[in-house]
Design a protein around this ligand. Structure first.
Ligand SMILES: CC(C)(COP(=O)(O)OP(=O)(O)OC[C@H]1O[C@@H](n2cnc3c(N)ncnc32)[C@H](O)[C@@H]1OP(=O)(O)O)[C@@H](O)C(=O)NCCC(=O)NCCS
Length: 180
């Protein structure tokens, strides 16, 4: 699989490597705060950053063969990333392999000019090369902006499931997209 691709509009994509750990963590935390900081308590944010976004956790994910991170770069500077993995959605009894978009984060100031779409299309091309016909993701019920983005890109909702953000139980909508 190509680890670097380019489109004509100054955006490019490359695989995240172990040396990118701190940069990946910084973009993760900044985008998380920009998107969800208004809703969550300081305590729950701190728990999330020290567990789910700890250097150790992210390092394990970068090294894992089950997960791939890709940066999207503008003028060669990372402005966001996608995290994908081979995992089936929790709603359907889907027998074939599925690709999960585990995270897709674009820094606030770079949103709205195609970087998210570029990463999404890249993940779809990866799925297609693996013979996978459905991708899925969970999106927080209050994240209307991301939901608009996904619906516009052909996703439909098939259910919901709960998760914990620190000590707060929250709800994701589960969305799928056929890429046959
Ligand atoms: C959601 C997110 C990934 C979208 O990426 P983006 O780079 O801002 O979106 P793009 O510029 O690629 O937009 C792609 C398409 O979606 C549309 N779109 C994007 N945001 C939209 C919105 N809020 N409302 C309606 N349409 C929207 C664009 O108009 C565009 O449509 P087109 O291809 O038909 O022209 C990005 O905003 C983000 O990272 N948000 C913060 C983190 C987050 O919420 N991640 C998702 C967690 S599940």
């Amino acid at each position: 699989m190509e680890s670097t691709i380019q489109n004509p509009n100054i955006l490019s994509i490359r695989k995240v490597i172990p040396e990118d750990l701190i940069l990946l963590r910084n973009i993760s935390i900044q985008t998380f705060l920009e998107t969800y900081g208004w809703y969550n308590t300081e305590e729950n944010l701190a728990l999330y950053f020290s567990n789910d976004l700890s250097e150790e956790t992210l390092k394990g994910q970068i090294d894992s063969i089950e997960t791939d991170y890709f940066f999207v770069l503008k003028d060669d500077v990372p402005i966001g990333f996608i995290k994908i993995g081979l995992k089936n959605n929790p709603i359907q009894k889907w027998k074939e392999k599925e690709l999960e978009i585990e995270r897709i984060y674009i820094l606030n100031e770079f949103q709205g000019f195609g970087a998210g779409k570029f990463l999404l299309e890249y993940s779809e091309s990866i799925a297609q090369t693996k013979g996978i016909t459905q991708i899925w993701l969970g999106v927080w019920e209050k994240n209307l902006k991301a939901q608009e983005f996904y619906f516009r890109k052909g996703f439909t909702q098939i259910g919901e499931h709960d998760f914990w953000l620190g000590k707060d139980q929250q709800r994701d909508f589960i969305l799928v997209k056929s890429i046959e």
